[in-house]
Ligand binder design. Structure first.
Ligand code: UDP
Length: 244
């Protein structure tokens, strides 16, 4: 899309949302048979799969930590996920996103329970429409819970930014491309911020407003994440035991 003249018209964004609205979001927990835990997430135009393995033995062994588990996170964008084919394999961007996403999640994993082991998180971006790192963190958090990894709580994430001089929640691709700022944020249930990056410029006042908006967005995401887990495990609990 060429640069639109305006990104907001009469208080509405080009996709019809108000400044405070998230895109449509759909979580599905436990979709992969061969992973210990998994989650598929549609977040606006983003389509994301997260798979979790572990706790399992660390290879290579010199990476083992004798007192706690290590958490590993691999973010990968499929070649077909973006408009201009993405060259397969890791690059600077995916290595950075893997690092910050791991840090956003590892503070809630009870690593001390599993010395010498690893919890491996794989996030595959199947379709990208801005906000893939926050989508990945939301899906990974549900996949960790689905895998039964002991955690203090879930982590939720969303981005906030500035378009046409206004602070808005959850930027889509055009808003990310042509807007003035983009701020991905992750928050755990205790209100601790575990990810906060920023592209572009915000005044101190705008930054405060943006952070409050992102925290509110994360609260909504947290409810959806819980709902996805209830949908899977609620149904399972309600099923009668099979007769021998
Ligand atoms: N993008 C792309 N090609 C790339 C990397 C990114 O088309 O190689 C697009 C993709 O839609 C992505 C968006 O640019 O979601 C914004 O990327 P950014 O690096 O800001 O990360 P994100 O917002 O996805 O976490």
């Amino acid at each position: 899309m060429t640069k639109p003249e305006k990104l907001m018209i009469d208080g509405k964004r080009l996709d019809g949302r108000g400044p405070n609205e998230l895109r449509p979001i759909k979580f599905k927990a436990g979709v992969l048979k061969r992973a210990d835990g998994s989650c598929y997430l549609e977040f606006g135009g983003n389509k994301v799969m997260a798979a979790v393995y572990g706790p399992r033995e660390v290879h290579p062994r010199h990476l083992q930590n004798a007192s706690r588990a290590i958490v590993r996170y691999r973010y990968n964008m499929a070649a077909f996920s973006v408009e201009e084919r993405k060259r397969p394999g890791p690059d600077r961007r995916s290595i950075e996103i893997s690092k910050v996403s791991r840090e956003a999640l590892e503070s809630v994993v009870l690593e001390e329970l599993y010395p010498r082991s690893a919890v491996d998180i794989f996030v595959e971006i199947l379709q990208a429409d801005a906000g893939t790192r926050v989508a990945g963190i939301n899906a990974a958090s549900v996949a960790l819970a689905d895998a039964g990894i002991p955690m203090r709580c879930l982590v939720s994430a969303c981005s906030v930014g500035k378009i046409d001089g206004e602070v808005v929640l959850d930027l889509n691709k055009d808003e990310d491309n042509y807007g003035q700022a983009d701020l991905p944020v992750a928050v755990n249930q205790f209100g601790e911020v575990t990810l906060c990056q920023m592209d572009g410029h915000l005044t101190e006042e705008e930054f405060g407003k943006a952070l409050d908006m992102a925290v509110d967005g994360c609260k909504k995401l947290h409810e959806m994440q819980k709902q996805a887990l209830v949908e899977k495990y609620g149904t399972m609990v309600a099923q009668p035991a099979e007769e021998e």
